[in-house]
Write a protein that binds this ligand. Structure first.
Ligand code: PMP
Length: 396
């Protein structure tokens, strides 16, 4: 392809997306990503971040990060297997393992590449992966990279999982079979049925993998969804991110020592990509220490989540079946959901519309992510704005 063809290809496809309202215009946040944010000079109540505990701007984390820059510099200097494994990375991994109740842990540069790395290091073309139909894109890509057969089961449908696990085992076609699920599903806020999943895994000898990106810091008094159900010794891969409740950047797998040893010699982003910076590593370590010492922020998160849910429900909005602070406000029609989000923005609330294909057709919604850092005043203001626009658009 000549470069002129590339230009034509890109320009016509972008024009097409714009015509169909599918081109994502990205807003620039001016300053920190806190409970309130500034966009184009306008201050908005921020109900769109994954900064569940408000740690992204926490004074103690900023302070340890600054000290780490002084003592260790701004970069790790090399990939970890050459000489970029700093004492701070080892500290972080020890802390993650203690947090998750496992023998060991391995840290990656992001949650996304952690899934790509870990799934493909263990599964191969002779294997099969049973994957929940609403699993995150990084799980899907990790499964594809592994070349294993991907068998999707209906979202949280345990009969479907059991039937598909049985078929996969009875076919005799696969060496290893894994079941993989999000711990908390971020679009609806529902929690995976881990006790049943683990039971099915035991019946059919499946490897178990839980991506708890949205559960860590949130469920299980902050320790995550596996702890919430007391299943620490039944889940092989406890995967999580350091970018959401922990407030920094990075991803990890916690599990048995043998699994972590294997990932350290076989997972390609660990072997061929430089680790997170010293500041990131210590800030994450400190955040986890804080979560292990106190549940105060976690309690505040749930209090705020319940407060917002109650407020929106009392107004007559459909807030779905969320079991976590994630609060969807289901509008239905995609265009209406987008208009609703735009009107919220104009009135001072930043909450994004989520539409097909991210959620099923006809379930367009505005998704709210309350955090521990929101004040009651902010949540009350947001609820009043929801009321105003809900009435204006004849939704309540
Ligand atoms: N897994 C899930 C379930 C997620 O929601 C996300 C983030 N959207 C990731 C993995 C990727 O995490 P990170 O942003 O740290 O790369």
């Amino acid at each position: 392809m000549t470069s002129r063809n590339l230009d034509q290809f890109l320009e016509s496809n972008i024009a097409n997306l714009k015509e169909n309202g599918l081109y994502n215009e990205i807003d620039t946040v001016e300053g920190a990503n806190g409970p309130e944010i500034t966009i184009k000079g306008k201050t908005l109540i921020n109900l769109s971040s994954n900064n569940y505990l408000g740690l992204a701007t926490h004074a103690e984390l900023k302070s340890v990060a600054k000290q780490a820059i002084e003592s260790h510099g701004v970069g790790a200097g090399a990939v970890r297997t050459i000489n970029g494994t700093l004492d701070l990375h080892i500290e972080l991994e020890k802390r993650i393992a203690a947090f998750k109740g496992t023998e060991a842990a391995i840290a990656y540069q992001s949650g996304f590449n952690c899934n790509m790395a870990a799934i493909s290091a263990v599964m191969d073309k002779n294997d099969a992966i049973l994957s929940d139909s609403l699993n995150h894109a990084s799980i899907i890509d990790g499964c594809r990279l592994s070349k294993a057969k991907i068998i999707r089961f209906e979202h949280s449908d345990m009969e479907d999982l059991r039937a598909k696990a049985r078929d996969a085992v009875e076919s005799g076609e696969y060496n290893k079979i894994m079941v993989i699920t999000d711990g908390v599903f971020s679009m609806d806020g529902d929690i995976a049925k881990l006790p049943e999943i683990v039971e099915i895994a035991e019946d059919f000898d499946l490897i178990t993998y839980v991506d708890d990106a949205h559960g860590s810091g949130v469920t299980g008094d902050g320790a995550g969804t596996v702890k919430h159900f007391g299943l620490q010794d039944k889940v092989d891969f406890q995967m999580g991110t350091l970018s959401k409740a922990i407030g920094v950047i990075g991803g990890y797998v916690a599990g048995k020592q043998s699994l972590i040893d294997w990932l350290k010699v076989r997972s390609r982003p660990f072997l061929f990509s430089t680790a997170v910076s010293p500041a990131d590593a210590v800030a994450s370590t400190k955040a986890i220490e804080m979560l292990m010492e106190s549940t105060e922020l976690n309690e505040k998160l749930w209090e705020n989540g319940n407060y917002l849910k109650k407020g929106l429900k009392e107004l007559g909005f459909d807030i779905g079946e969320s079991e976590t602070p994630i609060t969807p406000c289901i509008i239905g029609d995609e265009k209406q959901a987008q208009t609703f989000s735009k009107r919220l923005y104009e009135e001072g609330v930043y909450a994004k519309a989520i539409v097909f294909p991210t959620v099923p057709r006809g379930t367009g919604r505005v998704r709210n992510m309350p955090t521990a850092a929101h004040t009651k005043e902010m949540l009350d203001r947001a609820i009043r704005i929801y009321e105003k626009i809900g009435k204006e658009m004849n939704l309540i």
